[in-house]
Write a protein that binds this ligand. Structure first.
Ligand code: RTP
Ligand code: MG
Length: 137
Protein backbone atom coordinates (compact mmCIF):
# COMPACT_ATOMS: atom_id res chain seq x y z
CA UNK A 1 0.00 0.00 0.00
CA UNK A 2 1.35 3.42 -0.92
CA UNK A 3 2.05 5.57 2.13
CA UNK A 4 4.31 8.38 3.26
CA UNK A 5 6.93 8.70 5.98
CA UNK A 6 9.02 11.47 7.51
CA UNK A 7 12.77 11.18 7.13
CA UNK A 8 15.07 13.67 8.87
CA UNK A 9 18.75 14.01 8.06
CA UNK A 10 19.89 14.91 11.56
CA UNK A 11 22.47 17.68 12.30
CA UNK A 12 25.38 15.20 12.28
CA UNK A 13 24.36 13.99 8.81
CA UNK A 14 24.16 17.55 7.47
CA UNK A 15 27.52 18.52 9.06
CA UNK A 16 29.20 15.45 7.57
CA UNK A 17 27.83 16.12 4.06
CA UNK A 18 25.72 12.96 4.02
CA UNK A 19 22.49 14.49 2.64
CA UNK A 20 23.16 13.13 -0.84
CA UNK A 21 24.12 9.70 0.50
CA UNK A 22 20.83 9.42 2.40
CA UNK A 23 18.79 10.65 -0.56
CA UNK A 24 20.59 8.26 -2.92
CA UNK A 25 19.75 5.27 -0.73
CA UNK A 26 16.07 6.30 -0.55
CA UNK A 27 15.90 6.71 -4.33
CA UNK A 28 17.85 3.55 -5.16
CA UNK A 29 15.37 1.57 -3.07
CA UNK A 30 12.61 2.89 -5.37
CA UNK A 31 10.95 5.33 -3.00
CA UNK A 32 9.97 8.81 -4.17
CA UNK A 33 10.90 12.10 -2.55
CA UNK A 34 7.79 14.26 -2.75
CA UNK A 35 8.83 17.21 -0.53
CA UNK A 36 12.09 18.37 1.06
CA UNK A 37 13.40 21.36 3.02
CA UNK A 38 16.08 22.66 5.38
CA UNK A 39 14.83 23.24 8.93
CA UNK A 40 16.44 24.76 12.00
CA UNK A 41 14.03 23.40 14.61
CA UNK A 42 13.21 25.15 17.87
CA UNK A 43 12.62 23.46 21.19
CA UNK A 44 8.83 23.41 20.98
CA UNK A 45 8.87 21.67 17.58
CA UNK A 46 11.25 19.01 18.92
CA UNK A 47 9.17 18.49 22.06
CA UNK A 48 6.17 17.86 19.82
CA UNK A 49 8.15 15.58 17.51
CA UNK A 50 9.70 13.49 20.32
CA UNK A 51 6.67 13.66 22.65
CA UNK A 52 7.18 10.02 23.74
CA UNK A 53 10.73 10.85 24.93
CA UNK A 54 10.34 14.19 26.77
CA UNK A 55 10.50 12.54 30.21
CA UNK A 56 13.41 10.21 29.41
CA UNK A 57 16.83 10.83 30.98
CA UNK A 58 18.47 11.26 27.56
CA UNK A 59 15.99 13.91 26.39
CA UNK A 60 18.05 17.02 27.35
CA UNK A 61 21.08 15.79 25.39
CA UNK A 62 18.85 14.67 22.52
CA UNK A 63 17.38 18.17 22.42
CA UNK A 64 20.84 19.76 22.44
CA UNK A 65 22.02 17.47 19.63
CA UNK A 66 18.91 18.01 17.50
CA UNK A 67 19.25 21.81 17.87
CA UNK A 68 22.98 21.83 17.10
CA UNK A 69 22.53 22.70 13.42
CA UNK A 70 20.15 22.55 10.50
CA UNK A 71 18.36 19.38 9.47
CA UNK A 72 16.79 18.25 6.22
CA UNK A 73 13.16 17.13 6.43
CA UNK A 74 12.04 14.81 3.64
CA UNK A 75 8.56 13.53 2.77
CA UNK A 76 9.06 10.10 1.23
CA UNK A 77 6.41 8.05 -0.56
CA UNK A 78 6.28 4.38 -1.49
CA UNK A 79 4.81 0.95 -0.84
CA UNK A 80 5.28 0.11 2.88
CA UNK A 81 7.82 2.94 3.05
CA UNK A 82 7.40 3.46 6.81
CA UNK A 83 8.70 -0.02 7.63
CA UNK A 84 11.00 0.00 4.61
CA UNK A 85 12.85 3.16 5.59
CA UNK A 86 13.30 1.86 9.16
CA UNK A 87 15.01 -1.16 7.55
CA UNK A 88 17.24 1.11 5.47
CA UNK A 89 18.12 3.17 8.57
CA UNK A 90 19.00 0.23 10.80
CA UNK A 91 18.71 0.04 14.56
CA UNK A 92 19.08 3.08 16.81
CA UNK A 93 22.64 2.52 18.02
CA UNK A 94 25.21 2.87 15.20
CA UNK A 95 27.61 0.43 16.85
CA UNK A 96 25.15 -2.44 16.70
CA UNK A 97 23.26 -1.38 13.55
CA UNK A 98 23.84 -3.87 10.75
CA UNK A 99 26.39 -3.07 8.05
CA UNK A 100 24.54 -2.10 4.87
CA UNK A 101 22.17 0.16 6.79
CA UNK A 102 22.53 3.96 6.96
CA UNK A 103 23.32 3.92 10.68
CA UNK A 104 25.49 0.79 10.44
CA UNK A 105 27.56 2.19 7.58
CA UNK A 106 27.67 5.87 8.48
CA UNK A 107 26.66 6.40 12.11
CA UNK A 108 29.24 6.89 14.80
CA UNK A 109 28.94 6.12 18.47
CA UNK A 110 30.77 8.96 20.19
CA UNK A 111 29.85 7.69 23.64
CA UNK A 112 27.65 10.75 24.06
CA UNK A 113 24.23 10.55 25.65
CA UNK A 114 22.40 11.51 22.48
CA UNK A 115 23.22 9.00 19.81
CA UNK A 116 24.31 10.72 16.63
CA UNK A 117 22.73 8.33 14.20
CA UNK A 118 22.39 10.41 11.00
CA UNK A 119 18.68 9.92 10.30
CA UNK A 120 15.23 9.74 11.78
CA UNK A 121 12.40 7.69 10.29
CA UNK A 122 8.80 7.51 11.54
CA UNK A 123 8.14 4.25 13.40
CA UNK A 124 4.50 3.65 12.32
CA UNK A 125 1.97 4.98 9.82
CA UNK A 126 0.27 6.80 12.68
CA UNK A 127 3.56 8.45 13.76
CA UNK A 128 4.27 9.31 10.12
CA UNK A 129 0.99 11.19 9.75
CA UNK A 130 1.52 12.99 13.05
CA UNK A 131 5.16 13.90 12.32
CA UNK A 132 4.56 14.99 8.70
CA UNK A 133 1.90 17.40 10.00
CA UNK A 134 4.45 18.86 12.42
CA UNK A 135 7.36 19.28 9.98
CA UNK A 136 5.37 20.18 6.86
CA UNK A 137 2.78 22.52 8.36
P1 RTP B 1 14.43 8.15 15.68
O1 RTP B 1 13.13 8.32 16.44
O2 RTP B 1 15.32 9.35 15.78
O3 RTP B 1 14.19 7.71 14.27
O4 RTP B 1 15.27 6.95 16.34
P2 RTP B 1 14.74 5.55 16.87
O5 RTP B 1 13.26 5.42 16.65
O6 RTP B 1 15.63 4.50 16.30
O7 RTP B 1 15.06 5.66 18.42
P3 RTP B 1 14.17 6.30 19.59
O8 RTP B 1 14.08 5.30 20.68
O9 RTP B 1 12.89 6.86 19.05
O10 RTP B 1 15.10 7.48 20.12
C1 RTP B 1 15.12 8.73 19.48
C2 RTP B 1 16.54 9.24 19.35
O11 RTP B 1 17.03 9.60 20.64
C3 RTP B 1 18.43 9.31 20.70
N1 RTP B 1 18.63 8.36 21.79
N2 RTP B 1 19.59 8.43 22.66
N3 RTP B 1 21.34 7.82 24.86
C4 RTP B 1 20.29 7.07 24.64
O12 RTP B 1 20.03 6.14 25.36
C5 RTP B 1 19.44 7.39 23.50
N4 RTP B 1 18.39 6.69 23.15
C6 RTP B 1 17.87 7.30 22.08
C7 RTP B 1 18.84 8.77 19.34
O13 RTP B 1 19.27 9.87 18.54
C8 RTP B 1 17.54 8.21 18.83
O14 RTP B 1 17.57 8.13 17.43
MG1 MG C 1 11.85 6.89 17.23
Amino acid sequence: MTEQTLVLVKPDGVRRNLIGEVIARIERKGYSIVDLKFVQPNESLLREHYEEHVDKPFFPSLLEFMMSGPMVAIRVEGDRVVEGFRSLAGETNPTTAAPGTIRGDLGRDWGTAAIENVVHGSDSTLSAERELAIWFK
